[in-house]
Design a protein around this ligand. Structure first.
Ligand code: NI
Length: 408
């Protein structure tokens, strides 16, 4: 069957491209994916599937039921776009000012719809159920938790998902067991000083000098308090204070993002950040407050599920197409599913076939996606789910619902 998934997915190329471009033209921000969800629901019902809509925002959930007594394997795609003004110059560029599918979630949605079509045509042969999760609000790290809160993981044995990667050539995949992506946390720091004339600093308490010291000292968390072998990033991304060049303002507000790769290391960070911020503020006669908002866990691929997914990828696309993924501190709320059920998340190359490393990255206003990745993504999602449920002649009579027999 393995070759067949890709052959059959290739036959869907035109419709995958059309769906992706349509979504690309009309991107919607996190928790606003109404039209995207409506398109998904329409396509799924055309395949004869019953959908649950408005799940955890505008999420859409549908089950492809083969053998109802078999296990459930879930596949997930995210649907939201980013607040970025598109500068790709593509003929199907965003028609919504300031909103862009710069992370390729349009392609993820199209690929999962493609996988749904492939699987629904074969549903009698599935030895279980494939649950499709079209998720809202991945970009703000809230959609997965919202969907899980609505019970989408009930009965699910394993879950799989992918993300396109423009710096990896189309046709390639990258997989890794264990931690793949970092945790994502948000910090909000408030500093209270006392305003004064810019020429008479001794009459005031300068929150900007204090904020500067805090920004610099936070880096010592990484360089002096964390092992060089444990990746941590603390980035202060915004500083707001003051309006005039000759006035010392009374307060300053900063926001930042904190990333870690080891759940144990992450656990230490809130107290350390709080200590540095409040003590430095004290030293500058300011008062500081720190809000540490935990958003997304470290994405940890389960070794067993990763091995199975890798086997299915090799069977479908050939072992040459699979590389070992480099870890990254970019985050993904797919980690929330993996905290609860075993599974694997992997990269799908979406870059040019030559010099992919020079491609514009995810979240760039000139991000482009090589649409040659669409059928491969659909084939892999369908093939992995079917393989994990047990499918085709090789699994027949094996009594192994986990489908450990390769479908090659
Ligand atoms: Ni993304």
């Amino acid at each position: 069957m393995s070759e067949t998934w890709l052959t059959r997915a290739n036959a869907l190329t035109a419709s995958l491209v059309e769906t992706r471009r349509r979504l690309h033209r009309y991107p919607e921000l996190s928790f606003q994916e109404r039209e995207t969800a409506a398109l998904v629901a329409r396509e799924l019902s055309r395949m004869g599937l019953t959908c649950r809509t408005e799940v955890g925002g505008h999420g859409v959930v549908a089950d492809i039921v083969g053998d109802p007594s078999g296990p459930i394997v879930a596949l997930r795609a995210d649907m939201d776009a980013l607040p970025i003004e598109e500068a790709s110059g593509l003929p199907f560029s965003s028609e919504r000012p300031g909103v862009m599918h710069a992370c390729g979630h349009d392609a993820h949605t199209a690929m999962l719809l493609g996988a749904a079509r492939l699987l629904s045509e074969e549903r009698e042969r599935l030895k279980g159920t494939v649950r499709l999760l079209f998720q809202s609000a991945e970009e703000i790290n809230e959609g997965a938790k919202a969907m899980i809160g609505e019970g989408v993981l009930e009965g699910v044995r394993e879950i799989y998902g992918l993300h396109n990667l423009p710096t990896l050539p189309a046709g390639k995949t990258a997989v890794r067991p264990g931690p793949l992506m970092g945790s994502v946390d948000r910090i909000e720091i408030g500093i209270e000083g006392r305003g004064a004339h810019g020429a008479i600093p001794d009459q005031g308490v300068d929150p900007i000098v204090c904020a500067s010291a805090i920004v610099m000292s936070l880096q010592s968390l990484v360089s002096r308090e964390t092992s060089p072998f444990d990746p941590v990033v603390v980035t202060v991304g915004s500083i707001r204070s003051g309006d005039a060049n000759n006035v010392i303002p009374s307060s300053c507000a900063m926001t930042g993002t904190v990333r870690a790769f080891d759940p144990e290391v992450r656990r230490e960070l809130p107290a350390r950040i709080e200590r540095i911020v409040t003590r430095i503020a004290e030293g500058h006669r300011c008062r500081a407050s720190v809000k540490y908002i935990a958003q997304t866990a470290v994405l940890v691929n389960h070794p067993g599920a990763t091995e199975k997914a890798s086997g299915a990828i090799d069977a479908i696309a050939g072992p040459d197409c699979r590389q070992v993924a480099a870890p990254t501190l970019a985050g993904e709320d797919f980690s929330e599913y993996l905290k609860r059920v075993p599974g694997c998340f992997f990269w799908l190359g979406s870059g040019p076939e030559r010099d992919a490393e020079l491609a514009y990255g995810l979240h760039h206003p000139r991000f482009e996606l090589n649409e040659a990745c669409l059928p491969l993504g659909a084939a892999l999602l369908a093939g992995i789910a079917a393989d994990r449920l047990g499918y085709g002649p090789l699994s027949d009579g094996s009594g192994d619902a986990a489908g450990d027999g390769r479908s090659a």
